[in-house]
Design a protein around this ligand. Structure first.
Ligand code: TUI
Length: 314
């Protein structure tokens, strides 16, 4: 059985996280992944306290196993959702798109295991010092907000610098990616795009169809000029955004306003013209819909076959 110290730290069967995809990863998807033995993660995204409380309740009604909440630190509601996870004592909190330092004492007091997503060694070291139980090292192959480094370079450097476990994310689509991540020093993986097409994922059908159809070169990074690069599928919206970014007559304010609501338009409405369909570079490997359990079982059996004879399979 595929296993690492992450499993005993978190009380999960397999060291596989489902990424906290904004507007996509809800209580139902998180519960399905946790039930299958991984760690399901609810995205608090840009919503307020009421949305998050409802999704946590849903997850708790569907599974007794541990699950996590991802807090997007650029959310306008970050303070209130940070309080909700503390009040409801969710087992695990992951954070993204910023430095969670100011919330960590409150979460730790509530007994929450904090696992920040980090794009660099410097931030990883800071998080370890502040008491993070692990970090997710996310490379630029991933969908969404990305840093400078890719997974192949980032993961071993973070693993060398820390004594807490490192979870690799970005560019992992199957058991080969998991085995490779372990070879780079990771003790677990986080995957988003692969779980986006899970049967239990309630994202708009147009979104799933786009991921299923995507090839290796179908993602693009926009937002570099604004200081927050985001990887998404090539669509009329993202190509248009990319063109605007490279047009000096268009201001940053105008660009920012073009991006508002784009994640929701993709995930909830499946809107081709206004939506930002976030996905990672492995979208080209995701070609069929499966249940969360089928995905986890397949990943585990592929990774076990490759890692047989190592200490990660016992
Ligand atoms: O956060 C993500 N992926 C995301 S967030 C998102 S929603 C969004 N909305 C508006 C603008 C941008 C994004 C969609 N996808 N992944 C985790 C991640 N965190 N990647 C990179 C980082 C990160 C970047 C800088 C973490 C910390 C950080 O720290 C800078 C600092 O403040 O020191």
């Amino acid at each position: 059985m595929l296993n690492s110290e992450l499993c005993s730290i978190l009380g999960i069967e397999y060291p596989i996280f489902q990424g906290g995809m904004a507007w996509i990863a809800d209580g139902k998807l998180a519960a399905a992944v946790s039930e299958a033995g991984g760690l399901g993660i609810i995205s608090a995204m840009n919503a307020g306290a009421d949305y998050l409380k409802k999704e946590i309740e849903t997850a708790r009604s569907l599974t007794k196993k541990p699950f996590g909440v991802n807090i997007m630190l650029m959310s306008p509601h970050v303070a209130e959702v940070a309080q909700v996870v503390a009040d409801l004592k969710v087992p695990v909190v992951t954070t993204g798109a910023g430095n969670p330092a100011k919330f960590m004492p409150m979460w730790q007091e509530a007994g929450i295991k904090v696992i920040p997503v980090i794009p660099s060694v410097m931030l990883a070291k800071r998080m370890e010092k502040l008491g993070a139980v692990a970090v997710v090292a996310e490379g630029g192959e991933s969908g969404g907000h990305i840093g400078e480094l890719n997974t192949m370079a980032l993961v071993p450097q973070v693993a060398d610098a820390l004594s807490i476990p490192v979870i690799a994310a970005g560019g992992i689509g199957d058991g080969r990616g998991i085995a490779a991540a372990f070879m780079l020093g990771a003790k677990g993986v986080q995957m988003g795009t692969r779980f986006l097409v899970a049967n239990e994922c309630g994202v708009h059908p147009n979104y799933k169809a786009k991921v299923l159809k995507a090839s290796d070169i179908d993602t693009i990074v926009t937002g570099r000029k604004l200081g927050h690069p985001v990887r998404s599928l090539k669509t009329s919206f993202s190509r248009n955004f990319f063109m605007k970014e490279n047009d000096p007559s268009i201001s940053n304010e105008e660009l920012e306003s073009a991006g508002i609501g784009a994640l929701r338009a993709a995930a909830v409405d499946g809107d081709d013209a206004k939506g930002c369909f976030i996905a990672g570079q492995i979208a080209g490997m995701v070609n069929r819909e499966q249940s969360a359990k089928e995905i986890i079982d397949e990943l585990v059996s592929q990774a076990e076959a490759l890692l047989k004879g190592t200490k990660w399979v016992r």
